[in-house]
Every structure is written in C-alpha cells, then in structure tokens.
Design a protein around this ligand. Structure first.
Ligand code: Z2T
Length: 828
C-alpha cells in the first residue's frame, strides 16, 4: 500500500533529548499522570503510576530510536530481519530502565511520591507471545542485536491472546485465556502507513504480453490487511534501539454494507471476524506440529507482510532488488516462516520480473534457517491439497524448486531413488505433504543447529541427505541468553556483589565474569555469594507461601525443574525420584538426610494427554508428601502454577540445583540450563543439547552429568528396549512405580496413572527406567556435597564465573559474522 504523502515541515526539528536526573523524571511522571492519563495524583492507582512511568521511560527510548534508525539509513548498512512466529519478551519496563541506566534515578523519582518502583513494575502484563525456549531465544536475540550494534528488525505476529494462563484445579491443569492487551499497550506504536494486503486462495493465470515471456499472476479470492505495530527494543546502555514489528490482521471492509443494509447484521461481520481470527491467538503446542489451516494462514500472513515491508524499504533506499542479498539478511526461526522462500520467489519472478535462476540466487543468498528440533512429531509438513487451495502459486513454485533440486541431486551427485525421496520437498509417503524443513533448507545459504550436539545430529539424521548434497551449508550456532535480563535485572544482589568484587567491566563483556573464578577459593566472597543466594531463596519461598500456602525451609536444597512439560524432558523421572526419596526417608528416618525442596513449573500443551498426566502426578505427589509429618522438613514438592518469564526471573536466582535431564539426543539446546548456571546453581543433567558444551566450559567437577548418551539411546531404541527387566531388578524404582500404580497419590481415581506406568514396563521410550539408577546415585552424591557448604558454593561461583560464553551476545556475534555478514565490522 502506498504511504500517504509527506508534508514538508518548516522550522520543525526533533526536541532536545530528555534529561535523566531524578528531579526531571519526577516532574515528568507527574506531567504524564496529569496530561496523558488524566489522573489527579491523589486518585492515581498503582496501574496509573506504571503507565506514567512507562511513558516517561518511553520518551527517553524514542530519542535513541530515531538516532538508530537514521544511522542505518544513512550508512546503508546491511539489516538483519529475524522472522519468528514467537517472541516471548515478558515485561519490558525493568529491561528498558536497566538498559538506559535509569534504575537509580527512576527509583528515586518515584520514591518522592512514596511509590515503590518494584510494585509498579510487577503490574506490567507479561507479554507471552511464545511457547517456550524458541520464543524466549528470539527475545534474547532481539535484545542482544540491539546491545551488540546489529541493525535488526524482528517480525512476528501481534497475537491478541498470548500463551494461555495456567491454573491448577484439584491437581490438574486448566487453561484460561490470556489478555495482555486489556489495559492497552504503551510500548507499541500502530503504523497505519505500513499496511499491506495479504491474499489467500483463488487461482493462477498466465499473462502474455507480446515480446515478453509469459508471466504467472496469482489472483487470490480472499484478501486481508496486515497492519504494523512497532515496539522498541533497547540495547545495553541505550546505545542502539531496534524494532520489533508485529503484524495484526484486519478486514479490508470492516462491515459488508450490502448485508448490513439488507438486515443481516451478523452476516455483515463475517469477513472481519474471519480476517481478525488470523492474529487472534498463539498456538500453544511446542515441539508438536499444529496441523490446522488457521496455523498455515498465520504463517503465510506474517511472512508475506514482512517480505512486502522488507522489499518496499529496500527499493526505497536502493532502487533495485539486484542488491537485496547485500543489504538484507533474513533469518527463519524454525520452519514457521519457511513459506517465505516460495513467497520471495513469487515476488521476484511474478511481480518484479526476475528470471527464475537469478531470483533463486538472490533468495538463497538472503535466507538463513535455524532448526530447533529433530523430534519427528514437530517437523512441519502440510497436506499438498490444503497448501494448493490456500496458496496456489506458492505451491507451483515449490514444485519448480523441487524439480531443480532433484535434477541437481541426480545429475550432479548421482543420488538414487531413496536419496531423492529423502531430499524431496514433497513427502509422497503420507498422503503427499510439503516438507517445510526441506523447503527452508534448500532456500537458505546457511542452516544452523542450536548446540554442537544438535548440529551433528542434524547432519546424521533429519538432514542427512541434504547435507550430503550441500555439505557446506550446515553450521552450528550454540544458543545463549541475555545477561542483562538473566543476571542484572533478575539478580541485582549478585550483580552488585560481582561489581564490588571484580569491577563493572563484566557488565559490558559478560565473559569477563571469568575474573570472579578465583574468588571461588575466597571464603569472604563465598559467604557473601551464599547470602545473596539465601535471600533469593527467601523471596521465592515467600512467593510460594503466598500463592500455595506451602512453607519451605530456606536451608534445604532448592532443586528446580522449570520448562515446558514434555515426555522427553522427563519431569516424570524427577517425580519418580522424589517418590523414591520419600520412601527412603520414611524407611530410614534415622539417617542424615539432606533437606530438599523439589520445585516444578511448566505448561502442557492442552491436547498433550501424557504431559497433563505428569502435571497431575506432580501435584498429587506434592499433596501427599507435603501433608506427611513423617518427612518433616526433609522433603517438600511444589508445583508452581503459570510458569512464565516473570516467574522465571524470580526462580532462576533462587535455585541451588538445576534439572536438565532430557533423554540424550532430544533437547536441541536448552536455555534454562544457562540461566540457572549464570545465577550460580549447579546442574544435574544428561549429555544433551548445550549441557555438553556447558560441561566443557565449567569443568567436569562443576556439573553433574549422568545417564545414557545420545548414541546409546538411539541404539537401545533400535533394539526394542523395554523397562520391565530394569524395574524388576531395581527395588527403589519398583517401589516408587508400585506406589503410583496403587493409587495412593490419586485416591479419587486410583487408575489415573496406569498408562503412564505401563508405558515404562512395556516400552520405556524415553529411557526413564534406563537412567533411573544413575540419576538416583548422582542425586545422593549431591546430597552429600550440599552438606559441605564451602565445596557447594565454590562450585556455584565457578558456574557463574565460567558461563559467560553462553551469552546471546556471543551467539549474535557468530550469526552476524558467519551467516549474516552484518553488524559492526561486517559492512564493506
Ligand atoms: C521450542 O521452544 C523449541 C523447539 C521447537 O521446535 C519448538 C519450540 Cl516452541 C520446533 C526449543 C527447543 O526444544 C530447545 O531445546 C531450544 O533450546 C529452544 O527451542 C531454542 O533453540
């Protein structure tokens, strides 16, 4: 859509940047309260103070935002576009205040009115436009791009309802709608002049003009509008502010006047309801493909809008698409935006008249693709007939891409039929489906996994044949987390302690935390480190006491597993260990048990039956154990409802022990593992995902690894491994499983967990039985270690000091250099 004409203003310049002293801030907060919110300070509620403070902080951001945008436009530097169906950004106020270095002044300004900044910050809704690791990674990457000076724009969907809110009712998960926009959203700016038409359905016609090759033209039958909403992403020290642009769907005609005038008042709204449905709600399935048409519509909708926006900006600035790949890098966050490959080809060939081969060259040079899972049930593939009906021209293009790839594979590389079937973009085996992983792969010049192990497994399994065809394309980019949110903001106590001990240099280069490594042997430092941890544990204990009325012993091991609930993540193994420990404490009350609190949190996909049973079991077990006076303060089990980013910010700093116990080979990376270690927790984990590299960086004495390795898991699966014989020869395991089967944890429905348990006997697909003994023994080793607080905290200090490499700043610098050729030092 063409923008409305610009006015040529006279004598209008940007106002002077805002002052940051507490006096000015206090005065302006009052201004906003009065003139933007229209509240008298005596009538103002906490929520009004939040809004006024946000608006004052936002003014400071805008100054930097303009400067960043102007700089990139003036230098003509390459931009990075991060296309992601999910951005799990959480709250933004504290992040913005921290990165602008306004923490002290804002606190001081609000104190003048007797307002506590923390209470105000806690009222901000937690923007949950994502499911878990993948969406949170996108948020960390946005912040790190701004912090490392990469001109990056995130593109995604402005879901009206983010990830559902979880309640626990009688032990079971209940899903409730989430309404983050209810009070409006002061962080977003609607950009009506960046609105595009998005088509669906219809047919493709061939247009011939004399003297020109015939052109394919897509004539969609359905059209909706994509409207841009921009949110600023503030980098460290406010030096750069990038943009997160989220698309909202709107009908072109809000009401069908014909229908309305003829009396059909409901029918008049059908179109706008259908259009707006596209961006209504986030699909809550992680690592599982949601096969619905609406999901494919979402994927195409935000891909097509983003590409039109990228192309418009590029043509405006450079006048031709010949240079697209020199000035634009587009990263596909998993396959959700993979239809972009076909859509960019359509725009280049059908709309801009490029020859096919040249268009393909530009496309491949522009895209990069990140894979986040190898789980077969999570790989996206769409029925050909659905694809064809919704996106007929893109389907033709996919066939044409496929023909070219297959020709190359058989002619140049001599691939046989089995190999061809493996690389084909069309899966012929399951009623003809488009394989989005293959499409993203062949359309990209770089394909990456998210940990060293995961990348190797990509080469050996899902992309084996494509890797053989294009052996240079797969590379590794190990995930990272932003140290601003996951240390400075969530753990001010530890940040202060570290600053006093090693100086502030680590705030700008987190790998300088290494300077704290030697302090592991400094008794004075260790004691302060322990005191910070204890205070953080008290804060979590208070939260749990408030919300769940469970009292925790702050001197117990806080043993925490928080993440999406999934069989491969093996919360079940952790619960079984809790039951076994409970049995042992009851059987041997005279022994010197180390007090332990097992904390769980996480959401199950609403349709994932086993995951919901695991949540139910955790709650049932918690009720029984917490109510048994025989275990006193020695063991408690807690399931904290509604895990989200804000809760994680309280949990990470409060952990002694981090549970990263996935079946080896199945967790692509994990990122919670990094957040825990940064905050000084020790890890018990398998050799899976990024745990493998954490072991290398931390040293084997500072992380507790157990269990089968990825190749051993694969081998057992091939040999029809089952749990029965292991259970029979492992009394601790057998007794725990017997207890579950007996119904003691579920007196209202004793059969509730029969399936969960019988799966272990018959199959043990997730190697819970296979790993139980090693897990149990490692936990008991940790019990002993915890009694030696000196040894424990020394390892904690080593974890914080040595984990700096797992910063998303490092990840982003690697992407910038090896995939995007963008950012500082990369522009020729
Ligand atoms: C997700 O969070 C992850 C992978 C997915 O595959 C989907 C979702 Cl929603 C399609 C996670 C991985 O499970 C985790 O190991 C990884 O750390 C994270 O993505 C970020 O890469």
């Amino acid at each position: 859509m063409s923008a409305t004409p610009k006015i040529e203003p006279r004598g209008a310049t940007v106002p002077e940047p805002r002052q940051n002293d507490p006096d000015t801030l206090a005065r302006q907060i009052l201004e906003k309260l009065t003139y933007s919110i229209c509240k008298h300070p005596e009538q103002a509620r906490k929520y009004d103070w939040l809004r006024a403070t946000t608006l004052v902080v936002r003014d400071r951001i805008i100054d930097h935002w303009f400067a960043s945008a102007n700089k990139t436009r003036d230098t003509g530097d390459k931009r990075v576009y991060y296309l992601s169906m999910e951005f799990l950004i959480g709250r933004l106020l504290r992040d913005a205040i921290n990165n602008l270095q306004l923490t002290g002044p804002i606190q001081e300004a609000l104190k003048r009115y007797n307002v506590d900044v923390e209470l105000v910050e806690m009222l901000e809704p937690d923007a949950a436009l994502g499911n878990g690791g993948l969406g949170r990674l996108a948020a960390c990457f946005m912040e790190s791009m701004a912090s490392t000076g990469v001109p990056g724009i995130g593109y995604g969907i402005r879901y009206v309802h983010g990830f559902f809110r979880q309640e626990i009712a009688e032990g079971a998960q209940v899903e409730l709608p989430e309404t983050w926009l209810m009070h409006g959203n002061p962080w977003e700016f609607e950009r009506r002049d960046s609105t595009y038409e998005i088509g669906f359905g219809g047919k493709v016609v061939t247009q011939s003009e004399p003297g020109k090759p015939p052109r394919q033209v897509w004539r969609p039958t359905e059209r909706v509008l994509a409207v841009a909403f921009d949110t600023p992403i503030v980098g460290w020290r406010g030096e750069q502010v990038n943009t997160l642009r989220l698309w909202s769907a709107q009908a072109i005609d809000p009401i069908l006047l014909d229908a309305f005038n003829s009396g059909d008042h409901i029918g008049a709204l059908v179109e706008s309801n259908k259009a707006e449905a596209i961006t209504r709600v986030l699909y809550p399935a992680d690592s599982h493909q949601a096969g619905q048409e609406l999901r494919l519509r979402q994927e195409y909708f935000f891909s097509a809008a983003s590409l039109q926006d990228i192309i418009r900006r590029h043509v405006q600035e450079h006048g031709t698409l010949d240079t697209l790949a020199d000035k634009v890098a587009i990263q596909l966050n998993d396959t959700h935006p993979a239809v972009s490959v076909a859509e960019l080809m359509r725009l280049l060939v059908d709309v801009h008249g490029y020859e096919w081969d040249r268009a393909w060259q530009i496309t491949r040079a522009t895209f990069g693709y990140t894979n986040h899972t190898l789980l077969p049930e999570a790989l996206e593939h769409w029925p050909v007939n659905l694809f064809e009906r919704l996106l007929p021209r893109q389907m033709q293009i996919i066939y044409q891409i496929n023909a070219g790839i297959i020709r190359e594979a058989s002619q140049d590389k001599g691939f046989d039929d089995t190999q061809i079937a493996a690389i084909s973009l069309i899966d012929e085996g399951h009623g003809r489906r488009v394989r989005m992983g293959q499409l993203a792969f062949v359309g990209s010049h770089a394909i990456n996994g998210v940990s060293a192990l995961h990348t190797e497994l990509m080469k050996q399994t899902v992309f084996r044949n494509l890797h053989e065809l294009y052996p240079e394309r797969i590379q590794n980019k190990t995930n990272g987390v932003t140290p601003r949110r996951w240390l400075m903001e969530c753990n001010p106590g530890l940040t202060k302690l570290l600053t006093e001990a090693i100086g502030p240099a680590f705030l700008d280069d987190i790998e300088k935390l290494k300077d704290a490594d030697k302090l592991a042997d400094d008794a004075g430092f260790r004691e302060k480190f322990a005191a910070v941890k204890r205070a953080n544990k008290m804060r979590l204990a208070d939260l749990i006491s408030d919300r769940l009325a469970i009292t925790l012993n702050p001197d117990a091991i806080f043993d925490i597993q928080v993440k999406r609930i999934h069989e491969y993540k093996r919360q079940f193994l952790n619960i079984i260990e809790a039951i076994a420990l409970y049995n042992q404490i009851r059987a041997h009350p005279e022994r010197d048990w180390t007090p332990r609190v097992k904390i769980f949190a996480g959401k199950a996909a609403p349709s994932y039956v086993q995951a919901k049973e695991i949540i139910h079991l955790a709650n049932d077990v918690a009720r029984l154990i917490n109510g048994d006076p025989a275990v006193r303060d020695l063991l408690k089990v807690v399931f904290v409802p509604n895990y989200n980013v804000s809760l994680a910010e309280i949990i990470m700093p409060a952990a002694d022990l981090s549970e990263q116990i996935s079946t080896a080979g199945l967790e692509a990376s994990g990122t919670g593992n990094m957040k825990f270690a940064l905050n000084g927790a020790l890890t018990i984990g398998t050799l899976d995902g990024a745990n493998v590299e954490m072991l290398e960086h931390l040293g084997e004495e500072n992380i507790f690894i157990f269990g089968l390795k990825a190749d051993e898991v694969a081998q057992r699966r091939r040999n029809a491994h089952s749990g029965r014989s292991i259970i029979e020869r492992t009394p601790l395991l057998r007794e725990a499983l017997d207890a579950i089967s007996s119904g003691v944890f579920a007196p209202d429905n004793p059969a509730r967990y029969h399936n969960l348990v019988s799966n272990l006997y018959n199959n043990d697909w997730w190697m819970i039985c296979a790993d139980f003994d090693a897990y149990w023994k490692t936990q008991r080793q940790l019990d002993v270690l915890f009694l030696d607080q000196t040894a424990w905290h020394s390892k904690g200090v080593h974890n914080t000091a040595r984990i700096g490499w797992f910063s998303s700043d490092r990840s982003i610098r690697e992407y910038a250099k090896d995939i995007w050729q963008a950012g500082p030092g990369q522009n020729a």
